[in-house]
Design a protein around this ligand. Structure first.
Ligand code: PLP
Length: 382
């Protein structure tokens, strides 16, 4: 059987990972500044993570949500404390898109309304309504057209105010736009959205799937703006690679049996992975490391010739180059053995490393980037 050919892939076969490094089948070592698309939060194969999952697997690999599960309760308590939302409720699922589907469905149940306001440049997943909420017509099929999504310009509160009708169930926005190339919503834009949602009886959904779990230097990126969304969607860094997603739900939103559900969501292995992530984020002070390392990187990047602009928070950084980022990423990967991320805009390179990245590793990247940009500029000039 052939694989369904939907992923453009590098011809590299990774077989092992440790911390911020990954290794291919020939033993070549690569620095991972991409984290498998912002997924690796505490580092590859962290010993605490491996132990937690292995022990859970030996005890009980799976049971469904038809029975009590202490490990789910333990995870909810710990996540509440770590995230600053101890009074919120937790619904667990398996991926980012599924988290957003549930967030929008819950907003619709709660308000009895149908429309969701989203923003240009936003990415919210590839399923049903999440893909319609995503600003990329190329990945949306005719069946995904519900006409329930209203897409508006980013950071423009007056337009939101002018189209906010009575059938709006929620406004959904990324804590930091990731795939579009790292665009941060203005703090006052988020605060105004929250105010507008409250005033009009709609909910504010923060998609923290990429920007959450310490990546921005805060637990959630929206915490820089001091807002408290009604629903927060999560995935990626939450499981450090183990498939887990979820939504945090404000106390004023009531549940009823059967309202949301999934077979695999909140399974014991996923909770074990999630607990290990929270424990390591805390014990290794990875949020502070993300903040400090990110500041160092932003400062150094500003002085490199060939870079037009840089932006970001913590370890979620977008670099606009004067050259095509695809070629630069290839050079970084094949010549310097460094993985980096792409973005929708062709000149943007994204840096999304594990949150335990060290200064020396970032300096190694900076040196490599300088060389690549110099060589590429010369070869184009020739
Ligand atoms: C902000 C954001 N939301 C949602 C998703 C979808 O997550 P998943 O691929 O786990 O479905 C992504 C994935 O890149 C994302 O970056």
């Amino acid at each position: 059987m052939k694989l369904f050919d939907v992923y453009p892939r590098y011809d590299i076969n990774l077989v092992r990972g440790e911390g911020c490094w990954v290794y291919d089948d020939e033993g070549t070592k690569y620095l991972d500044l991409y984290g498998g698309h912002a997924v690796i939060s505490i580092g590859h194969s962290h010993v605490r993570y491996v132990d937690r999952i292995t022990n859970q697997l030996s005890a009980l690999g799976f049971y469904s949500n038809s029975v009590q599960m202490d490990i789910q309760e333990e995870y909810a308590r710990k996540l509440g404390r770590s995230s600053g939302y101890p009074d919120y409720q937790l619904f667990l699922c398996n991926s980012g898109a599924e988290a957003n589907e549930n967030a929008m469905k819950l907003a619709s149940f709660h308000t009895g309304r149908k429309k969701i306001i989203v923003f240009e440049g936003g990415f919210h997943g590839r399923t049903s309504l999440a893909v319609e909420a995503t600003d990329n017509p190329g990945i949306s099929a005719p069946i995904n057209e519900t006409k329930n999504i209203i897409r508006l310009p980013f950071n423009d509160i007056e337009t939101v105010r002018s189209v906010f009708s009575e059938d709006v169930a929620a406004v959904m926005i990324e804590g930091i736009q990731g795939i579009s190339g790292i665009h941060i919503p203005d703090d006052h834009f988020l605060r105004d959205l929250q105010w507008l949602c409250h005033e009009r009886g709609a909910l504010l959904i923060l998609d923290e799937i990429q920007s959450g779990f310490g990546r921005s230097g805060e637990f959630f990126a929206h915490q820089y703006a001091d807002v408290r969304p009604d629903i927060i969607s999560m995935a990626k860094g939450m499981g450090n690679g183990f498939p887990i997603g979820g939504i945090l739900i404000a106390p004023h939103i009531a549940s009823r049996p059967g309202m949301l559900g999934t077979t695999f969501g909140g399974n014991p292995l996923a909770c074990a992975a999630g607990l290990a992530v929270l424990e390591v984020l805390e014990s290794k002070k990875l949020l502070s490391n993300a903040m400090e390392s990110g500041e160092h990187l932003l400062k150094e990047l500003e002085n490199i010739p060939g870079i037009e602009s840089v932006r970001g928070r913590g370890l979620m950084i977008g670099i606009d180059l004067i050259l095509d980022a695809k070629e630069v990423r290839k050079e970084l990967l094949f010549k310097h053995k460094i993985f980096t991320g792409s973005a929708t805009s062709p000149n943007t390179l994204r840096v999304l490393p594990p949150l335990k990245i060290e200064k020396e590793q970032l300096d190694h990247f900076l040196e490599a980037l300088k060389k690549v940009l110099k060589d590429e500029t010369i070869s184009i000039g020739k």
